[in-house]
Write a protein that binds this ligand. Structure first.
Ligand code: NDP
Length: 483
């Protein structure tokens, strides 16, 4: 049995494996603040065991599975996930506090990632290059070998899917370190991988603390590529650890993504999207639209309509399936409170606030959604990632001013532009300094087909789409002199 309702252990070589130390960590339900399960507390020894299993698989059976069969396995895995959406959603929602509908959507997205990379596995190939007379030159796309995946707690299933799905499709064996706050669904998904026929060692999961198991994974010389999603600070630490053994990294580090709303925008279309972009997953989304810049002529009318929507939003236990669940943990709740008390100290006006329902347990990590107006560019509410349901607004007078403010943070992940002016759409798409621009929509990361990643402190490298497959392979050039 790989998954026990109360006690979860590592998944190594298709088996349930307790930590070598015998230690475990409590799992807290964010909706009630109570402990409901235990996970294994992995250390460097457990990571070493998982890397060993992955290396053996890569050198053995898994390394010899053809691309077409890797695709078939991923396809079967997608079907298994689809058949278990409800079970996965319940686990995820209790583990992270996500409202059930969001957890369900994440499980469906996970299946879609596997489906996409199932179809792509046998379409990834090198090229031939015209060269001197008497030569044939070709390139081979080869897997790195063993890839490490450090997954955060905000979208465990989606982030696992986009990174592990692509890495396995490309032929790598994987070792995953989920966030200690969000392991349960991934352990269940791993057991489904074994059930559909992935050979032992192709996928391994070690649970535990970031500075212990995560750091050990980033430092391990048996890891050939690291994919990390999380905070800028930890991303830096992971990159430094990986540099110690010349290991390439893909870093997706969040943002302070702006949406620019011009006076000619279709406001009816924009409104629900502006709200959802910050409310989804209680604002704990790397691509959350956390800043909205509005052309002055539209500022007050738009604010009024946004405020009405914010006032109607309700936060409560994940099982109530409201607009927002709780934040993931006490630390995150404290972080959001700190930002809000800085806003108050800075005299920033709280324009509207949603409600925490009466039924919400007092020890849950709740935060009502908050709308702040006239946030100055220099304030940390305009500059730093809150990772909570806090939307900052600012008026602008012309396009250059809006662009300077939008680009004027350390981040560059996603941006949205709302205007009917086609020339402006194209101009801004080019001038916004980030990895994705949405015009008259906002995709909060977009679908699996769309390459995703950032610039500046938002990270580097791209996940999703075919770009991820390129990232999870290395290119070898073969020059044959045949005369
Ligand atoms: P972290 O960046 O610390 O955590 C992300 C992942 O890294 C988790 O799996 C964590 O494990 C792991 N980790 C932590 N320390 C190390 C380490 N030294 N070496 C290797 N891996 C490590 O984020 P936090 O959970 O502390 O959240 C803080 C802030 O980070 C949030 O408020 C938000 O701003 C940002 N964030 C951004 C995300 C994004 O999607 N871009 C996702 C999550 C957070 P563990 O959780 O077990 O410690």
């Amino acid at each position: 049995m790989l998954h026990n309702p109360m006690r979860f252990v590592h998944f190594i070589g298709n088996e349930s494996v307790p930590s070598r130390s015998g230690e475990s960590l409590p799992v807290v339900d964010p909706s009630s603040g109570t402990v409901f399960a235990q996970i294994a507390r992995g250390d460097a020894g457990d990571v070493d065991r998982a890397v060993g299993a992955a290396r053996a698989a890569y050198a053995g059976i898994w390394g010899r599975v053809s691309a077409v069969d890797r695709g078939r396995l991923l396809r079967r895995w997608a079907d298994a996930v689809e058949a278990h959406v409800e079970e996965l959603a319940l686990l995820e929602s209790q583990d992270t506090g996500k409202p059930l509908k969001q957890a369900r959507a994440d499980a469906v997205a996970l299946a879609r990632y596997f489906e996409f990379y199932a179809g792509a596995a046998d379409k990834l190939h090198g090229t031939t290059i015209p060269y001197q007379d008497g030569y044939t030159v070709l390139t081979l796309r080869e897997p790195h070998g063993v890839t490490g995946h450090i997954v955060p707690w905000n979208y465990p299933m989606q982030i696992f899917g986009r990174s592990v799905g692509a890495a396995l499709a490309a032929g790598n064996a994987c070792v995953v370190k989920p966030a200690e706050d969000a392991c349960l669904s991934l352990l269940r998904v791993a057991s489904l991988a074994a059930a559909v026929g992935f050979p032992a060692g192709a996928l391994n999961i070690v649970t535990g603390l970031g500075p212990e198991a995560g750091q050990a994974l980033a430092e391990h010389p048996g890891i050939d590529h690291i994919s990390f999603t999380g905070s800028t600070e930890t991303g830096k630490r992971v990159a430094i650890a990986a540099a110690g053994h010349h290991c390439p990294v893909t870093l997706e580090l969040g943002g302070k993504s702006p949406q620019l709303v011009f006076a000619d925008a279709d406001v009816d279309a924009a409104l629900p999207v502006l709200v959802n972009a910050i409310v989804q997953n209680c604002g704990q989304t790397c691509s959350a639209g956390s800043r909205v810049l509005v052309e002055r002529a539209l500022y007050e009318p738009l604010l009024e309509r946004l405020a009405a929507r914010f006032a109607a939003l309700r936060a409560g236990p994940a099982s109530m399936d409201l607009d927002l669940g709780p934040l993931v943990n006490r630390k995150q709740q404290q972080r959001v409170w700190d930002f809000l008390s800085d806003a108050q100290a800075g005299g920033i006006e709280l324009m509207a606030q949603g409600e925490i329902v009466d039924d919400a347990p007092g020890d849950g990590f709740y935060q009502a959604p908050v709308l702040l107006r006239d946030v100055p560019s220099g304030h940390r509410l305009w500059q730093e990632e809150v990772f909570g349901p806090v939307l900052a607004l600012q008026p602008f007078d012309d396009e250059d001013e809006a662009l300077a403010s939008a680009n004027g943070t350390q981040y560059g992940l996603v941006a949205g532009v709302w205007t009917r002016d086609g020339a402006r759409q194209m101009r801004l798409a080019r001038r916004l300094h980030c990895g994705q621009v949405f015009i008259n929509n906002y995709g909060a990361g977009g679908g699996v087909e769309l390459p995703f990643g950032g610039v500046k402190a938002s990270g580097h490298g791209r996940e999703k789409g075919f770009e991820a497959l390129y990232a999870f392979t290395t290119l070898k050039t073969v020059a044959i002199r045949h005369g």
